[in-house]
Design a protein around this ligand. Structure first.
Ligand SMILES: Cc1ncc(COP(=O)(O)O)c(C=O)c1O
Length: 386
C-alpha cells in the first residue's frame, strides 16, 4: 500500500505496517534475506546494513510491524519469548529488585529464581490483582514491576493503568506480557505500560510452527538498549522465522475474532456443565477480573482453565479427546489442551503450585479456530469419561 499505515485501522496495519514492495522486483511480501553479511560499496560506505546479528531487513520489517500494532517506538525480535524476557531483564542491575505477578509463565519464574537471582537481582512475587500487594512489595531498589494479564493458567486479571501509575510514582517501570491477548485485544502501552512482551510463538504467529519473542518499548532509550543487547548478546530471531511471524500477523485480526467467539462459547458451555467445578475465564461475568478486563481490553481471549477435581479425572478427560490435542503451548489455530501441574508449571515447586491454586485437577484449553460444534462435541466426549 502507499502512504503511512499508522493512520489506518488495525487489520490494515497488521497486513502492511513495516512492509513495502520489494524495491528490486515489486514482490508484495518482504523477501527472506538469507544472509549473514552485506557487501560495502566502498570502504566507509554501506547501505545501512553491516552484519546480520545487528540488522536484517526481514527482521526489521517484523519489528516495525509489531511496534506499530502495540504503539511503541520500536520492536525487537528474539529467538523465543524467553529470549525477549531475559533481554528485558537486562534493564535491571545487580542490587535492584523486581515485583512480579505471582502466577506468571513458569519459564519466567524459573529464569528469575534460578538464573537472575545469581546476579544479585531480587524478585518478589505477589497477587497483582490486588494492587495493595504491589505497593507493599515496593522497595527503594525496585526497578521493575512485571505483570501478565490475564495470567497463565489462573487467568488472574491486573489493572494495567493502575499498575503503571504505581510504578511511575515509585520511579520504576511497568512491563506487561501481552502474549495471551495480542495487540488486537489489548494494548498495554496505551494504558501507561513501559514495555510490552510477547511470546510471538503464540497468537502473533498463530500457526504453531515457529518460536519467537518480541519486546516493544514506549521510550527511545529502552529501544536503544534492547537493540544494543540484541547486538551484544545475540539472541535474535532468524530471517526465516521473522518471515513466518510477519505472515502470521497478517491474519491476526480475523484469527483473534474467531478465537474469541469460540473461547466465549466454550467457556459458557463448560461453566454450565455439572462435571466441571470451576471455570476460569475473564469473559464470564462471575470472573473476579471481568470488569477490569472489559475496561482495558476489547475481548477476553481464548484461554480457559477449569477444574475437574483431581489428577485421575483430568487424565480421563484428556485421554479421551480427539480434536483437542494434548500439548504445551497456546495461541495456534488448532485447539490445544494441557495439564498445567505436570506440564507448563512443573518447574514451580508443588507447595507454591498449591498456593497459586494450580491443582492436579486443573486443565487449560487454548481454543483454536476450528468449528465450534466439533470442539464442543470433543469436550463432551472427554467429560463423559470423567
Ligand atoms: C505468557 C507467556 N510468556 C512467555 C512465554 C515464553 O515464550 P517462549 O516459549 O516463546 O520462549 C510463554 C510460553 O509459553 C508464555 O505462555
Amino acid at each position: 500500500m502507499k502512504g503511512d499505515p499508522s493512520t489506518r485501522g488495525f487489520s490494515t496495519r497488521a497486513i502492511h505496517a513495516g512492509q513495502h514492495p520489494d524495491p528490486t522486483t515489486g514482490s508484495v511480501n518482504v523477501p527472506i534475506y538469507a544472509t549473514s553479511t552485506y557487501v560495502h560499496d566502498e570502504l566507509g560506505v554501506h547501505k545501512g546494513f553491516e552484519y546480520a546479528r545487528v540488522q536484517n531487513p526481514t527482521r526489521s520489517a517484523l519489528e516495525a510491524n509489531v511496534a506499530m500494532l502495540e504503539g511503541g517506538v520500536s520492536g525487537h525480535a528474539f529467538a523465543s519469548g524467553m529470549a525477549a524476557i531475559t533481554t528485558l531483564m537486562t534493564l535491571v542491575k545487580a542490587g535492584e529488585h523486581v515485583v512480579l505477578s505471582r502466577n506468571v509463565y513458569g519459564g519466567t519464574y524459573r529464569f528469575m529464581t534460578q538464573v537472575l537471582s545469581r546476579y544479585a537481582v531480587e524478585s518478589t512475587w505477589v497477587d497483582t490483582t490486588d494492587l495493595a500487594n504491589v505497593r507493599a512489595a515496593l522497595r527503594p531498589q525496585t526497578r521493575l514491576i512485571y505483570i501478565e494479564t490475564p495470567t497463565n493458567p489462573m487467568m488472574e486479571v491486573t489493572d494495567i493503568a493502575a499498575a503503571a501509575e504505581i510504578a511511575h510514582q515509585h520511579g520504576a517501570l511497568l512491563a506487561v506480557d501481552n502474549t495471551f491477548l495480542s495487540p488486537y485485544l489489548q494494548r498495554p502501552l496505551e494504558l501507561g505500560a513501559d514495555v510490552v512482551i510477547h511470546s510471538a510463538t503464540k497468537f502473533l504467529n498463530g500457526h504453531s510452527d515457529v518460536m519467537g519473542g518480541v519486546l516493544i518499548p514506549r521510550a527511545q532509550e529502552h529501544g536503544e538498549w534492547f537493540a544494543f543487547v540484541q547486538k551484544s548478546a545475540g539472541g535474535i530471531l532468524s530471517p526465516f522465522d521473522s518471515y513466518l511471524i510477519l505472515r502470521g500477523i497478517k491474519t491476526l485480526a480475523v484469527r483473534m475474532e474467531r478465537h474469541e467467539t469460540n473461547g466465549r462459547a466454550l467457556a459458557e458451555y463448560l461453566a454450565a456443565h455439572s462435571k466441571v467445578r470451576t471455570v476460569l475465564y475473564p469473559g464470564l461475568p462471575s470472573h473476579p477480573g471481568h470488569q477490569i478486563q472489559k475496561r482495558q481490553a476489547s475481548g477476553f481471549g481464548a484461554l480457559i482453565t477449569f477444574d475437574l477435581g483431581g489428577y485421575d479425572a483430568a487424565k480421563r478427560f484428556l485421554d479421551k479427546l480427539e480434536v483437542l490435542s494434548l500439548a504445551e503451548s497456546l495461541g495456534g489455530v488448532e485447539t490445544l489442551t494441557s495439564h498445567p501441574a505436570s506440564m507448563t508449571h512443573a518447574s514451580v515447586p508443588p507447595a507454591q503450585r498449591a498456593e497459586l491454586g494450580i491443582t492436579d485437577g486443573l486443565v487449560r484449553i487454548s481454543v483454536g479456530i476450528e468449528d465450534l460444534a466439533d470442539l464442543i462435541a470433543d469436550v463432551e466426549r472427554g467429560l463423559a469419561a470423567v
